[in-house]
Design a protein around this ligand. Structure first.
Ligand code: RUQ
Ligand code: CUA
Length: 684
């Protein structure tokens, strides 16, 4: 049956046009009939997805020069980055480089930023970025930091919202496929990171047969503490769990504060053909974790130390440089030995989304293959724990009886529920991948209130503050996986897309859609003022502690140190100092340490060298960044500014002469030497 089901799913997936029929069909049809009927249908009604009118246009129109109402931070999926949009306009404001190199900003190319991408495997210049969480205080968004996960090589990043820059990245040992991450607790005490792939632990010999999965492969959930003052992350402890796949999570709040909930699949412990083998059981689990309890045990010294290796990278905003430290220890708690930390709650059909409502009482599990949505009540979970209303155990972890934890089920909501967010007015909104729609339902009586098609197959959705205690509840943004026929064709691949809905009334109303960068998964949004009030405009030059800073043009120089040449260079509209350099020889490594002397908002200078096997630099006012260049031939090499900084930006250029090995051309450097008229420009 599982196989049949999955084949049907695949069939449906490839048949994206199904959604056109879905709105009418799903409420009344059984699952299999619906699959059959939708499979053979493929006609597009004339007005599909065209429900927006002048009113919708007015709602998303932000007139020139006006600011958007909200910031929307959107995960970049396999682009590895985070993009920032304005809502309601959908205008792209910025792409923040996080886990992937970004030549546009020199991220991962400048000497100062290279350490940010270091891991225990060496430099990993790319990742797969799925989820974001904004820092919270008392369960409300506080506008300080944005956390991002890396799926492939397990990492968590902290983005500083003063600078919109990645300030810190911590790698996670004993993990692989860091998917249920980076969800935070209500006062940002911890960021959690659950492993998607179970693996042999890092301190053991991992060279074991794959079919010894049940014996040798383990799952972990990591708790990364966040320092309340400066946000610094630290791997506090890890929970050791049976081998399976941890998928998504959300922390408790209010009454459920101190708890965390994780969805997991593959309780079958399959290691091959998971689409069939991990869909055999009728129910997988939601794992309820009493993290306060775990924290207590750690404080009592009950955790076991393990020798592991993971990178911890920080970007310092005064030196403008990153450092990477390889840490060597983790503290692990094997939940088998502490039976009051974790409990399993059965959840139908390969659960994915695991969402907690704003009151903290209701936990929504979304089974990817389920035709209903179970809603669990925290108070009932607690009662079941007290009364030991268990249904045996899973590898030593008590399994709470489904009915004992269940508040109720949303019946016939749609097909393929994935994620749920909340509007703070008692309503929940769930995305349905297969039936390609968003369904609004009431938490209190579990009745479906409204459904709207999305184009097509949404994954995540975002309501500003939708996973906090205080959702803003005016808009909803759906992130769609498939956009076939929605935009002008662009070859074999089409963009993923966001769709903005107005949810202020009883019925959701589609306002607009726009393509997005990478494949968006989770997103966060917050009122603009909350973020922009802290925004930094320039780095103060006088605070610049980069060891290679050049505080003014008079101090610019070129220094030879063996085969290393350090160019202490400055940039100001519209020249570099120096702009003529001689005495470089083949075999030299040249380091251009460029300080941007500007102290004005939005005046970066760029820097590039012909033939350099590297990217450019993009240096902010008051900042120093370093570009490495190893010339491989003799000649004269142009250098120039890449960012259009002034009317004479195109004049912002110069030359570096490279001579043969053993040449006697001395080091020399100058600016404006051949011109009397420029004398005034260089006096500073
Ligand atoms: S999770 S839809 Cu649902 Cu990473 Cu992306
Ligand atoms: Cu500096 Cu263009």
């Amino acid at each position: 049956m599982a196989k049949l089901y999955n084949n049907s799913l695949r069939f449906l997936y490839s048949f994206t046009k199904i959604h056109f029929m879905k709105k009418i069909l799903f409420p009344v049809l059984s699952l299999s009939t619906a699959i059959f009927l939708l499979g053979i249908s493929g006609c597009k009604p004339k007005n599909a997805g065209d429900a927006t009118g002048a009113d919708a246009a007015a709602r998303v129109y932000v007139s020139p020069g006006k600011y958007d109402e909200l910031y929307n931070f959107v995960s970049g999926g396999f682009s590895g980055q985070v993009s920032v949009y304005g809502i309601p306009s959908g205008r792209l404001l910025r792409v923040i480089p996080v886990f992937s190199v970004d030549p546009e900003k020199g991220w991962g190319y400048s000497e100062e930023t290279k350490p940010m991408l270091n891991t225990s495997h060496g430099e990993v210049p790319w990742d797969d970025q799925h989820h974001l969480d904004l820092s919270q205080t008392n369960g409300e968004i506080d506008g300080r930091w944005l956390f991002a996960n890396a799926n492939n090589t397990p990492r968590v990043a902290r983005i500083d919202l003063k600078t919109f820059r990645t300030a810190e990245i911590i790698e996670i040992p004993n993990s692989a496929g860091n998917h249920s991450s980076p969800f935070i607790t209500e006062n940002t005490e911890y960021v959690v990171a659950g492993t998607r792939f179970s693996i042999p632990m890092d301190n053991e010999n991992g060279d074991v047969p794959i079919d010894s999965y049940k014996k040798n492969f383990k799952g972990t959930i990591s708790f990364i503490s966040v320092a309340p003052t400066n946000g610094e992350m630290k791997l506090a402890f890890q929970l050791l769990l049976p081998g399976m796949d941890f998928d998504l999570s959300h922390s408790g709040k209010g009454p459920s504060s101190g708890w965390f909930f994780f969805s997991c699949y593959n309780s079958e412990q399959a290691h091959s053909l998971l689409e069939v083998n991990a869909s055999k059981r009728d129910k997988d689990f939601i794992l309820a974790v009493n993290w306060k309890k775990a924290e207590e045990y750690i404080k009592q010294g009950k955790g076991k130390k393990q020798v592991v290796k993971y990178a911890h990278n920080r970007l310092d905003e005064t030196t403008h440089s990153a450092t990477s430290v390889i840490e060597t220890e983790t503290t692990v708690i094997d939940v088998k030995d502490f039976p009051d930390i974790v409990y399993m709650i059965p959840c139908p059909k390969s659960p994915h989304g695991c969402d907690v409502d704003p009151t903290g009482e209701y936990i929504v599990g979304s089974g990817k293959l389920a035709a209903l949505i179970p809603v669990f009540a925290f108070s009932k979970i607690q009662q079941a724990i007290t009364n030991k209303t268990f249904d045996g155990d899973y590898e030593g972890i008590p399994v709470i009886k489904y009915e004992a934890a269940l508040y109720g089920e949303v019946k016939k909501p749609g097909l393929g529920p994935l994620h749920t967010e909340f509007d703070g007015k008692g309503n929940a909104y769930t995305t349905f991948f297969i039936s390609s729609e968003i369904v609004k339902w009431s938490i209190k009586d579990l009745k479906v209130l409204d459904r709207q098609p999305t184009y097509y197959s949404p994954g995540h959705l975002c309501i500003p503050g939708g996973d906090s205690k205080k959702p803003y509840g005016k808009y909803l943004i759906a992130y769609n996986k498939i956009t076939k026929d929605r935009y002008l064709p662009t070859g074999p691949e089409l963009a993923q897309a966001a769709q903005l809905f107005d949810i202020s009334g009883d019925k959701m109303k589609l306002l607009s859609d726009y393509p997005s960068i990478g494949e968006p998964h989770y997103a966060q949004a917050a009122p603009a003022e909350l973020i922009s009030k802290n925004s930094l405009k320039i780095f103060k030059l006088e605070d610049n502690k980069n060891p290679y800073v050049t505080m003014g043009e008079k101090q610019s120089k070129v220094v030879r140190d063996g085969n290393k040449i350090h160019v202490y260079m400055t940039a100001i509209r519209s020249h570099f100092s120096p702009d003529n350099i001689e005495g470089v020889r083949l075999g030299d490594e040249v380091y251009f340490h460029l300080t941007n002397l500007e102290q004005d908002w939005d005046v970066p200078h760029g820097f590039a060298v012909k033939g350099n096997n590297n990217a450019e630099l993009l240096v902010m006012p008051g900042e120093t960044q370093t570009l490495k260049w190893v010339p491989e031939r003799t000649g004269n090499f142009p250098i120039y500014c890449t960012d259009f900084c002034s009317a004479l930006h195109q004049e912002m250029q110069g030359y570096v002469r490279v001579s043969a090995k053993g040449s006697t051309v001395p080091i020399s450097f100058s600016l404006g030497k051949n011109s009397d008229t420029l004398d005034s420009a260089i006096k500073k």
